[in-house]
Design a protein around this ligand. Sequence first.
Ligand SMILES: Cc1cc2nc3c(=O)[nH]c(=O)nc-3n(C[C@H](O)[C@H](O)[C@H](O)COP(=O)(O)O)c2cc1C
Length: 161
Amino acid sequence: MKISIVYHSESGNTEAIARIIAKGTLSVDSVNVKPMSIADIDEDFLNQSAAVIFGCPTYAGTFSHQMKSWLDSASLKKLEGKLAAVFATENYLGGGADTALMGIVGHLLVGGMLVYSGGVAHGHPYTHFGAVCIREGDEFQQQRALIFGERIAKKAKQLFR
Ligand SMILES: Cc1cc2nc3c(=O)[nH]c(=O)nc-3n(C[C@H](O)[C@H](O)[C@H](O)COP(=O)(O)O)c2cc1C
């Protein structure tokens, strides 16, 4: 089962979290995961993916304009019916990452994706709208990102195996 991680990252923080989330997905059997910058998308892999996890930096309290531009020009029809999840990085607590996540989620709903956060049903660590890290994340935030990846992969397998 293929899982794509589509991210925008200028200074490397979001890319680092994408790689941690990817590692988390690999704790689920038969997952083939590919983190991809929006500047270098493997369209075939993306189209074949059961789940797509999107991440970007927070800019001015919302998601980056580069990610918005990518989402605006992506063929959302191809993403229809896939599981989706989101993550974001920010510089400081309260910097707007939650708003960034909800902005991306709006696009994914328009595209008919099945958005999943992991929720709070699994207990600690809680993810509300998606994974959030301050810059490259401290140990706790990185661990949460790892578990986030695992939970998304488990759900994708449950739905699409
Ligand atoms: C133009 C711009 C606007 C930003 N706005 C915010 C913001 O509103 N809140 C915040 O917490 N961080 C903000 N940041 C910081 C980035 O979200 C943060 O450093 C992020 O981790 C960078 O990700 P990257 O290394 O993947 O590019 C901003 C950075 C830039 C370049």
